[in-house]
Design a protein around this ligand. Structure first.
Ligand SMILES: NC(=O)c1ccc[n+]([C@@H]2O[C@H](COP(=O)([O-])OP(=O)(O)OC[C@H]3O[C@@H](n4cnc5c(N)ncnc54)[C@H](OP(=O)(O)O)[C@@H]3O)[C@@H](O)[C@H]2O)c1
Length: 257
């Protein structure tokens, strides 16, 4: 499917690895002019070079870094057609062991950092005819996982963020939607599987195989499979989809909604 995004200006945040990187690659292959953002400048430069993108290193949990990112972007480009923010993650801990700081840090990671980036780029999104914003919740936005109360709360709040933000911006022609990935093999899961394997005296592959058993499709997703949905939502091909959080999760979230 031609996504009809040739020449569109795209900013993908969280794009040196994982789902963000796969989304940036897809957008670049479809002819968008892509800028990628993440913290580690060396990893980012490598990821950008691989897809012919521009790189701007920034930590979006830091307000000053988001301002600097916005300044760097604005020095070269005036409008923004596609904004993708693929930063966030789960926090595994029983409720009683979580500190206020754990709650605040995960809020920053999953919600406030995304809010900050969207807010900073609103003037540029307004200048694009029919801009698209694609954010990332998780299967846990709809189906809380045991022992992940802090990220369950914030990923559920992400549904409200997407719906409310969408309602505010659609009148200006800016479409906001989100992808809800299930268990997807990225750095996030590779690291988790390695840590659990060490604790349990087993292999990361055995850990991943155990977690795959809960997935109706019987396997983890790939970053590319999730990026296919993100790319569609980032394109005019999804023109009638507004304010939705859509799963690409192998069926793991079993609720009706
Ligand atoms: N993988 C899964 O199973 C899964 C499941 C459900 C939901 N999700 C959601 O999908 C999204 C992407 O996840 P992923 O698995 O692809 O993550 P990932 O593999 O850990 O990649 C995260 C990317 O974001 C960058 N990043 C992290 N923190 C950042 C920050 N503060 N500022 C700027 N860039 C930052 C990382 O590079 P640096 O470290 O160099 O900054 C990296 O490029 C997240 O919102 C996550 O919650 C993933």
């Amino acid at each position: 499917m031609d996504l009809r995004i040739k020449g569109d200006l795209a900013l993908v945040v969280g794009a040196s690895d994982g789902i963000g990187a796969a989304t940036a690659k897809l957008l670049a292959e479809e002819g968008a002019r892509v800028t990628v953002v993440s913290r580690n400048a060396a990893d980012l430069a490598e990821a950008a070079a691989a897809i012919g993108a521009r790189a701007i290193a920034a930590d979006i949990t830091d307000p000053a870094a988001v301002e600097a990112l916005h300044r760097a972007w604005s020095a070269q480009d005036d409008r923004l057609d596609i904004l993708v923010v693929a930063v966030g993650g789960s926090h595994r801990s029983a409720f009683e062991h979580l500190t206020d700081e754990d709650w605040r840090a995960n809020w920053e990671f999953n919600i406030l950092s995304t809010v900050r980036v969207v807010r900073a780029f609103l003037p540029q999104l307004r200048k694009a005819p029919g801009a698209r914003v694609v954010l990332f919740g998780a299967a846990s936005s709809r189906m809380p996982y045991p022992e992940q109360i802090v990220s369950n709360v914030h990923k559920a709040g992400h549904l409200a963020l997407v719906k409310t933000l969408s309602a505010e911006l659609i009148g200006e022609g800016i479409r906001v939607n989100a992808v809800l990935p299930g268990r997807t093999v990225t750095r996030l899961w590779r690291r988790r599987a390695e840590a659990m394997a060490q604790q349990e005296g087993t292999t990361p592959e055995a850990v991943l195989a155990r977690f795959a058993k809960d997935i109706p499709l019987g396997r983890f997703g790939t970053a590319e499979e999730v990026a296919d949905l993100a790319g569609f939502l980032a394109s005019p091909r999804s023109a009638y989809i507004v304010g939705q959080s859509i799963a690409a999760d192998g069926g793991i979230a079993r609720g009706l909604l």
